[in-house]
Design a protein around this ligand. Structure first.
Ligand code: ADP
Ligand code: MG
Length: 283
């Protein structure tokens, strides 16, 4: 890797955490502590909707820097789990910790984003009328300081950071293109890039390859694999071939709980999984 002195501060995981630590600044600001190498703890999470348990005593642990795939039939609770992690839904029971010290259940949605959890929704939300570069520039500012950003000159470090993200998401040659003119897949990558501008320690991605061409799907697999290590990545996806191509550890959800966890091969050969999920027509 070239010029580690200039770029290393952005690239190395330890420094990503350092940036998170520097956010906020108030004495009460939560701090990410990865001293036990676990970035996410979900324990005994139960979410009920009118008595129906969308999540039922769910426990899940994600290691720092890991790429985790979550699979499971429709209605298994995958999106609800993401909603709990990001503060959109509050569980009836259980605990959710980000590292050793950040109790996610005490934070609002914006605070959870601020402390270093980024979420990619299925529908891309790029600014169509702005260029790819400008989209990344706006994302770097976050919501708070867009006004200041418009009048401030970007620092060389900020320029480098945008260049680096453009490279990561494969849109270097499209930096001047209007975001609205991009293909569906390119928009998805741009949105991942916008999340990366905030340097999240944990990135949650819900069904990233829905609607993508096979080439775009393959490129997305490479992209997500390349993010692991620097970031922890949790991917929910239905597309089995995609999961097979990126998976390290796979967690199978069923009726709001973990049914099985292990390598793709282990879960595929697990009789419980075959019965409730893969055996059911393979969808
Ligand atoms: N806001 C809600 N109100 C009522 N039921 C919901 C709500 N959100 C999700 N559910 C139900 O919870 C279950 C889990 O949904 P979801 O988390 O979206 O599953 P998945 O993403 O795995 O398909 C489903 O049965 C769904 O209908
Ligand atoms: Mg879902």
């Amino acid at each position: 890797m070239s010029a580690p002195g200039l770029r290393g501060g952005i690239e190395r995981f330890g420094n990503t955490v350092g940036r998170v630590l520097n956010r906020g600044g108030s004495a009460a600001a939560p701090r990410l502590d990865l001293s036990h190498d676990i970035i996410l703890y979900l324990e005994g999470i139960t979410v009920s909707f009118d008595g129906f348990r969308a999540l039922n005593n769910l426990s899940l642990y994600v290691e720092a820097g890991e790429l985790r795939c979550i699979i499971g039939p429709n209605g298994a609770g995958k999106t609800t789990m993401m909603d709990v992690i990001t503060g959109k839904t509050r569980p009836d029971l259980g605990s959710a910790w980000f590292g050793q010290t950040v109790d996610l259940l005490t934070l609002t949605e914006p605070e959870i984003a601020e402390v270093g959890i980024g979420r990619k929704f299925q529908k891309p939300t790029v600014f169509s009328e702005h260029s790819v570069f400008e989209n990344l520039e706006l994302a770097m500012a976050g919501n708070k300081s867009v006004w200041r950003m418009l009048f401030a000159k970007m620092t060389p470090e900020q320029h480098l950071r945008i260049d680096e993200v453009l490279e990561t998401i494969g849109l270097k040659d499209h930096r001047a293109a209007r975001a609205g003119s991009l293909s569906h897949g390119q928009k998805q990558w741009l949105e991942i890039g916008m999340l990366l501008m905030q340097d999240p320690a944990l990135l949650l991605v819900d069904e990233p390859v829905a609607g993508m061409t096979p080439q775009e799907t393959e490129r997305t697999a490479e992209l997500l694999v390349s993010l692991a290590g620097k970031h922890s990545v949790v991917v929910v996806e239905h597309d089995m071939n995609f999961v097979r191509s990126i998976a390290r550890t796979v967690t199978v959800l069923h009726q709001g709980s973990v049914l099985a966890e292990g390598s793709m091969e282990q879960v595929q050969n697990d009789p419980k999984v075959i019965e409730v999920y893969l055996g059911d027509g393979g969808h």
